[in-house]
Write a protein that binds this ligand. Structure first.
Ligand SMILES: NC(=O)c1ccc[n+]([C@@H]2O[C@H](COP(=O)([O-])OP(=O)(O)OC[C@H]3O[C@@H](n4cnc5c(N)ncnc54)[C@H](O)[C@@H]3O)[C@@H](O)[C@H]2O)c1
Length: 361
């Protein structure tokens, strides 16, 4: 099959910096135009990448007939509006996580998707990090035997995030902004989670040194699927950590009857113990410069390049790119159930009850 080259427009140039890098490095895309309300940021990105096709008006992207795909990296609260406009303009959409900051608007989005032949893909970047890709491949080859348990965590000192204005606005939560990476990894392996129990706790404003938001930052959950398989999800966001080398911020552990594996982020490390081959540890440090292209390890250009190329392959073949809107909304329903359980002091909440409440098909 011939591989088509897609023309990409990007809105939101904070983390959108990574998608600019991904598109410019990929043979599957031509970066056509980028947009941000902040002129200085547009100029900064233009200089950084030597790419001067910027605008402050989203309508310039929407009306540009040379753009096939719009990639959305604006604050979570704006995703629905920007997705709707892109689809109405006849563009395919890549939207960063979280698809929405809550289930409000979820059914509206599902209805919009029913009326379009365009694709919407949700950029759950952690699925596309090197160790996680190897873990998935081992799982697909059934090397774990029958999966019994999934343990995922996202633990990081995210106090820097409170400098962003929109972290103080309605709709921001550590769960939807951060913990969703761990929740999505669990859902990837246990799509049929039916119930959840958990606890959350907020920290006193003075303790963070950088203010706080009205959101839990210490979270622990247990989930169970229809086969009785269990998952555990952990998150902490406004306290010191041991540092990424000792305590990788994201990890995903799969425990099965024939083996166990553990994939880590941002360490490029993957550990396995499969019955057929004993214990093994893999390091993908040779891929460091592909994944981490800017300062530190806080950007995601490598994962984004992996997922925009996956999206291009799906557009070529007609395959549904995953996670799509319905899968992402199921994850949001799961998170709504988690929130409900924590706010109810740890009561058991069924996902179906949440879906019924929001009238979700
Ligand atoms: N791992 C990941 O996939 C990952 C990592 C970081 C951030 N994100 C997601 O990326 C999104 C943006 O996060 P961020 O950290 O870059 O935030 P940010 O605040 O740094 O950047 C958002 C940008 O959007 C611009 N913007 C806002 N409204 C606009 C509009 N109407 N038109 C054009 N530009 C507009 C702002 O000027 C700003 O530059 C969030 O949804 C976040 O969850 C994903």
């Amino acid at each position: 099959m011939t591989k088509q080259r897609y023309r990409l427009g990007v809105i939101g140039l904070g983390e959108g910096r990574s998608i600019m890098s991904a598109a410019l490095a990929s043979e599957r895309y031509e970066l056509t135009a980028v947009c941000d309300l902040n002129v200085e940021l547009c100029q900064q990105r233009a200089e950084e990448f030597g790419f001067y096709g910027w605008t402050t008006k989203y309508s310039d992207l929407l009306e540009n007939p040379h753009i096939d795909v719009i990639a959305i990296y604006t604050p979570d609260q704006l995703h629905l509006t920007h997705i709707r406009q892109a689809l109405e303009a006849g563009k395919h959409v890549i939207c960063t996580k979280p698809l929405l900051p809550s289930l409000e608007g979820a059914q509206e989005l599902l209805d919009i998707m029913k009326g379009t032949d365009k694709r919407l893909f949700v950029g759950q970047s952690s699925r596309f990090f090197e160790p996680m890709l190897h873990q998935r491949s081992d799982y697909d080859q059934e090397r774990h035997g029958a999966l019994q348990m999934v343990e995922a965590q996202y633990i990081t000192d995210g106090r820097w995030f409170l400098e962003k204005d929109w972290s103080r606005q309605k709709g921001f939560s550590w769960m939807y902004g951060f913990m969703i990476h761990a929740v999505d990894l669990v859902r990837w392996y246990l799509p049929g989670v039916t119930e959840v129990v958990g606890f959350g706790r907020s920290i006193d404003e003075n303790a963070t040194g950088n203010g706080t938001v009205d959101a839990w930052d210490s979270l622990r959950f247990l989930l169970r699927d229809e086969q009785g398989r269990i998952a555990q999800i952990s998150g902490n966001y406004t306290m010191p950590t041991l540092g990424q080398e000792i305590e990788p911020s994201i990890s995903c552990v799969l425990r099965g009857t024939k083996g166990i594996s553990r994939a880590e982020y941002p360490n490029l490390s993957y550990h396995t113990h499969f019955a057929e081959q004993g214990k093994a540890s893999y390091s993908y440090d040779d891929r460091h410069d592909y994944y981490f292209r800017f300062e530190g390890k806080s950007h995601h250009a490598g994962e984004y390049q992996n997922y925009i190329e996956y999206f291009a392959d799906c557009l070529d073949s007609g395959e549904l790119p995953l996670p799509d809107s319905s899968e992402a909304i199921h994850t949001l329903a799961l998170m709504a159930a988690m929130e409900r359980s924590a706010s109810g002091g740890g009561k058991l909440v069924r996902i179906q009850d949440i879906k019924d409440e929001f009238g979700l098909a």
